[in-house]
Design a protein around this ligand. Structure first.
Ligand code: FES
Length: 96
């Protein structure tokens, strides 16, 4: 096992998990998780955050009813009930 320092100042873990059969999930059509993740990835690129901050798509973070959800590391901030329009506010946090 190798142990290294975290290579990014901040990481936003964005739940894009999808479920079938009507079960709630951040990435289900109409829920907005996938669109939020894409807006964050596009915004991070536009702002030149490569190598400084990272937007990582994740599977279920287990608070599905509150989603779409984003977990900010290392801040320990949990953002929920997000919309793609919240991307700019999250990008500001990633840029700080
Ligand atoms: S599907 Fe996003 S937290 Fe479970």
């Amino acid at each position: 096992m190798n142990k290294e320092s975290v290579p990014y100042r901040r990481t936003a873990f964005v739940c894009v998990h999808e479920r079938a059969e009507g079960r709630v999930a951040c990435g289900n059509p109409g829920r907005g998780g996938a669109e939020l993740a894409q807006a964050l990835k596009d915004g991070a690129k536009r702002l030149g955050l490569k190598g400084k901050a990272r937007v990582a798509r994740t599977g279920c973070l287990d608070l599905c009813e509150k989603g779409p959800n984003v977990f900010l590391f290392p801040d320990g901030e949990w953002l929920s009930d997000l919309k793609p329009a919240d991307a700019d506010a999250i990008l500001k946090k990633l840029s700080d």
